[in-house]
Design a protein around this ligand. Structure first.
Ligand code: MRU
Length: 350
């Protein structure tokens, strides 16, 4: 994707460093973060310098590759095993993280040249992510008619992957094809990925949009303003239940009530066949501070963090919720659009 006429991926590796677009500073400051070793890469994932399932996965894979490069001969596998544990402990919900770490680990383990094999596998995961998202765009584009108004939640655009994105990819393909599309981007409290990141991406791509405060969705859907809703996914269970950014479940219930088609877009790397249903998906609890404070740009052009709640209040801050399969019209994958049901999901992997 292009930023100021330059092509970028959200994450890439050069020599022994992993480079990331610093997402905590967007949309105000565009800066590249350099993670010099795997612990730095863990820090970047945990602190959401990089976020979004696919981008977390690609970064975790590259972090694992960094560990292979850093490990010394005398305690090689102890170092690698510890790195695997450290990376897996950064964020618990996005399946892509575990998918990528395991692929890189096993590629290294089964090779006579573990370092080279790990790097090759990590790069392959990042390239596959780009290609899967491009195909999701093509399949999803078939759902979009000229003149459609589309709602999306959180940021499942290219910042949430290596390129293209999942939920936004069909919109980018439709827009580039010349279809008239309009996007309603849910603000997505508490971290406001919709208001900050989705809005920034859409502006860069020239796609017309507005930001929706989180509680406006039902009002708009009830008045027939939304033709289609597309969201991303952080983990999909084998029965088609979907974990995604907190607030998705509410939108899905409202969409069903008002007959708005509700699609999830995700690559097959987000499916977890070991999870029988959404009840088994671990939900990350994040710090109270994300709700109590907001960081933004002052009128003097400085980034500042301010308290926006009654001081001393207690907060609950689950980062994700699970939408049961019965609320989901279909899942857009790189292999086609499927029903959120166990038999369709099994076929994807056969
Ligand atoms: O907490 P985040 O920002 O890493 O959450 C991920 C998301 O952006 C959303 O849940 C998204 O819809 C799915 S990730 C492709």
């Amino acid at each position: 994707m292009r930023v100021d006429n330059k092509n970028y991926r959200t994450v890439w590796m050069k020599d022994t460093s992993v480079f990331l677009i610093e997402q905590n500073l967007l949309p105000f400051i565009f800066k590249i973060y350099e993670a010099k070793d795997y612990l730095d890469t863990c820090h970047a994932i945990k602190n959401m310098i990089v976020r979004g399932a696919g981008a977390i996965g690609a970064t975790a894979g590259l972090g694992m590759a960094q560990a292979f490069l850093e490990a010394r001969e005398d305690d090689f596998w102890e170092y690698i095993d510890k790195a695997k544990k450290d990376i897996e402990a950064t964020r618990p919900t996005a399946q892509n993280l575990f998918y990528a770490v395991n692929r890189v680990y096993h590629a290294g383990k089964s090779s006579t040249d573990p370092r080279a094999a790990a790097i090759k596998e990590a790069q392959k995961i990042a390239d596959e992510d780009v290609e899967s998202c491009r195909k999701i765009g093509e399949y999803g584009n078939e759902l979009i008619k000229d003149g459609f108004n589309i709602e999306t939640h959180c940021n499942a655009g290219w910042l949430a992957f290596v390129d293209w994105g999942s939920a936004l990819s069909p919109i980018y393909v439709a827009f580039r094809e010349g279809k008239k599309v309009f996007v309603y981007a849910d603000e997505t409290r508490p971290r406001s990925q919709g208001a900050r990141l989705t809005a920034w991406e859409l502006k860069n791509e020239g796609v017309p949009y507005v930001i929706l405060p989180d509680n406006v969705g039902a009002y708009l859907m009830s008045s027939g303003k939304i033709d289609l809703m597309i969201v991303g996914a952080d983990r999909i269970a084998r029965n088609g239940d979907v974990a995604n950014k907190i607030g998705t479940f509410e939108k899905a219930i409202v969409a069903k009530e008002f007959n708005v088609p509700f699609y999830v877009a995700a690559p097959t790397s987000t499916f977890d066949l070991d999870c029988n249903s959404g009840k088994e998906i671990p939900i990350e609890e994040r710090s109270e501070d994300e709700v109590l404070y907001q960081t933004g740009l002052t009128t003097k052009g400085k980034m500042e963090k301010i308290l926006v709640c009654s001081p001393g209040s207690k907060v609950i801050n689950p980062a994700f919720d699970v939408t049961p399969a019965k609320y989901i019209t279909g899942i857009i994958t790189e292999k086609g659009i499927i029903k959120p049901a166990e038999n369709s999901i099994k076929k994807l992997f056969s």
